[in-house]
Structure formats: structure tokens, C-alpha cells
Design a protein around this ligand. Structure first.
Ligand code: ACO
Length: 277
């Protein structure tokens, strides 16, 4: 697991601190085969500690983001093969939810086209999501006689309001990137022609922030959602202390000095000066 594999169904590209994890089966609309799950699982394990990776962008090659599970290889191909099925399901859940939602750097889903069924899991697992206006989303499970399984229903119920979750799961209606933005499934949508540039712009904004603060922030927002007020307050106090202790940049102290003593920046309007040298 730990050594990087030779990838055939995904591509990894790195540029200026941004790592692109690209689902690469465009001829199958980037449907997820057992092999793709194993490769993504391996890639995320290795990228988690890759010093070149400051922000991770997940997207699909060609016209599609991800057409969901590969109906032929993931479902039919593992029928009557308990070990293969178990392995595919384990890898599928591990990378799409566990590894991605707990990835230590910021993650952005760039939804460039079709996004169906099981593709929702990794799209929602990313911290942020940007879609092309023209992208097509759909909870198509109902159209072929299954429920949104794996963790899809859980993810969708978490991120959408009740009426929208019910509507799109029960009708299977496809909807555009613009609608995805309106219902809060993605942060925003932009014309397809500017999708890449706009996503890079967002990644660059994140790159300006203190990485340890960013990591603790995303962990805090995710964790408190399942807590009551008392648990959350206690956890956040401990997390605040841990960040002060562990932050190699000592961001809090530097920023306080820059605002209070040096009058160098305004926290309400932008980031402190991270590298004054
Ligand atoms: N599983 C397996 N193969 C797929 C999948 C899939 N999910 N999606 C597309 N493909 C394959 C097609 O079988 C086809 O293969 P072929 O060239 O060998 O015949 C190829 O990708 C291209 O697909 P087309 O349907 O010809 O492409 P088109 O652009 O017209 O339509 C679309 C794309 C809308 C994505 C369509 O393929 C589709 O509806 N796919 C299924 C989407 C879906 O419901 N996914 C499952 C969600 S449920 C879940 O993930 C658990």
C-alpha cells in the first residue's frame, strides 16, 4: 500500500504547489473500476505527506468528472467473487471518503462534466467544489433500480437540505452546475471555458494561508458538526492550544505582532505577511 504504484486509470500532475488527481478513463466517462479505486487509494496515501502538494484538486479527464461506479466492472465484475467485491468496496470507501475527507491539505473538486451516483462521494468529500455551469449532476441510482448506497445517501443528506436531497434522489433528474451551486452542492459554478483558471485562482488563495492553520481549521469544521455545544467547545479549546504548540510558523504570534505593534496588516481584510524576509 505505501509504495506508489504505476497508475493506469488515474493521472497525477503537479505544478506550483497544486497537485491534480485526475480520474483518467475518459472513454468510460471516468466511471470507477476496482482498479481505479485501488490506484486512488494508493495515490492519496502517498500525496498526504508529499511536500510538493500544498493543495489537491480532484477532477476528471475529458468531458466527464465521474460517471459513478463502473456498472460492468465494479458491480457485475465482482458478482460471486467475495474477495474481489470486498477489496473493491474497501478501496472505494477508503479513498472517496476516509482518505479524502481527512486529507491534511486543502482539497477542491473541479467538476468539469458528468457527475453521477458514486461520484458524489468524492465530490462532497473535498473541502470545496467548483463546477462548470454546463456540468451534469445526477443521483441516477433510482433510474436503474438501486438506492444511493455506499455512503451516497449519507453524504447527500449531509450537504443538501431535506427537500432537495429527497427530490434529486427520488426523481434521478439530472441538473446543471448552475443548479448545483444554487442548492449548495458546490461552492460556485463558472463557464466551462474558465473552470480551470477559476479553480487555480481558488487554490492559490488557499496557498497563501498558513498550512497548519488551514489544516486545523478544516478538521475543526468537520469535527464539530457531530458534537454538542459542550463537546465542541472543549474540543476547540484543545485544538486551539494544539495549533499554537505545533504551528512551525507561529502564525498567531507573528500576526498579532504585525497587527498590534507593527500596524502591518488588517486581519479583517487579508492574510498576515507570512514571509517578511
Ligand atoms: N459504468 C460503466 N461504464 C460506463 C459508465 C458507468 N457508470 N458510464 C459510462 N460508461 C461507458 C459506456 O458504457 C460507454 O462504454 P462503451 O463505449 O464501451 O460502450 C462509454 O462509457 C461512453 O458512454 P456513453 O453512454 O456512450 O456516453 P454518453 O456521453 O452518451 O453518456 C453518461 C454519458 C450520461 C454518463 C452515460 O454513460 C451514463 O448514463 N452513464 C451511467 C451514469 C450512472 O448512472 N452511473 C452510476 C451511478 S450509481 C453508482 O455510482 C452506484
Amino acid at each position: 500500500m505505501s509504495e506508489p504504484m504505476k497508475y493506469e486509470t488515474i493521472k497525477i500532475e503537479k505544478e506550483n504547489g497544486i497537485t491534480w488527481l485526475i480520474l483518467n478513463r475518459p472513454e468510460k466517462r471516468n466511471a470507477m473500476s476496482p482498479q481505479l479505486h485501488a490506484e486512488c487509494n494508493n495515490a492519496l496515501y502517498n500525496l498526504a505527506t508529499d511536500p510538493e502538494t500544498q493543495v489537491l484538486i480532484l477532477t476528471g479527464a475529458g468531458d466527464a468528472y465521474c460517471a459513478g461506479q463502473d456498472l460492468k466492472l465494479f458491480f457485475r465484475g465482482t458478482e460471486g467473487k467475495p474477495r474481489e467485491r470486498f477489496e473493491a468496496a474497501e478501496n472505494s470507501h477508503t479513498w472517496r471518503w476516509q482518505r479524502l475527507s481527512r486529507f491534511p491539505k486543502p482539497t477542491i473538486a473541479m467538476v468539469n462534466g458528468f457527475c453521477f451516483g458514486g461520484g458524489f462521494v468524492h465530490m462532497i468529500a473535498c473541502d470545496l467544489a467548483v463546477a462548470a455551469d454546463e456540468a451534469t449532476f445526477g443521483l441516477s441510482e433510482v433510474n436503474w433500480g438501486i438506492i444511493p448506497g455506499g455512503s451516497v445517501s449519507w453524504n447527500v443528506a449531509d450537504v443538501l437540505n431535506f427537500r432537495n436531497a429527497m427530490y434529486y434522489a427520488m426523481t434521478g433528474d439530472p441538473f446543471s452546475g448552475k443548479i448545483a451551486a444554487q442548492i449548495g452542492l458546490v461552492n460556485y459554478s463558472v463557464p466551462g471555458a474558465s473552470l480551470r483558471d477559476e479553480t487555480i485562482k481558488l487554490a492559490n488563495k488557499l496557498k497563501e494561508k498558513n498550512p497548519m492553520t488551514l489544516r486545523y481549521t478544516k478538521e475543526a469544521i468537520r469535527s464539530v458538526r457531530g458534537m454538542n455545544e459542550m463537546q465542541a467547545t472543549d474540543y476547540l479549546n484543545a485544538k486551539t492550544d494544539a495549533l499554537r504548540l505545533r504551528d512551525p510558523e507561529k502564525g498567531r504570534d507573528t500576526a498579532l505582532a504585525q497587527f498590534v505593534d507593527e500596524k502591518l496588516f488588517r486581519p479583517g481584510l487579508g492574510n498576515y505577511v507570512r514571509d517578511k524576509k
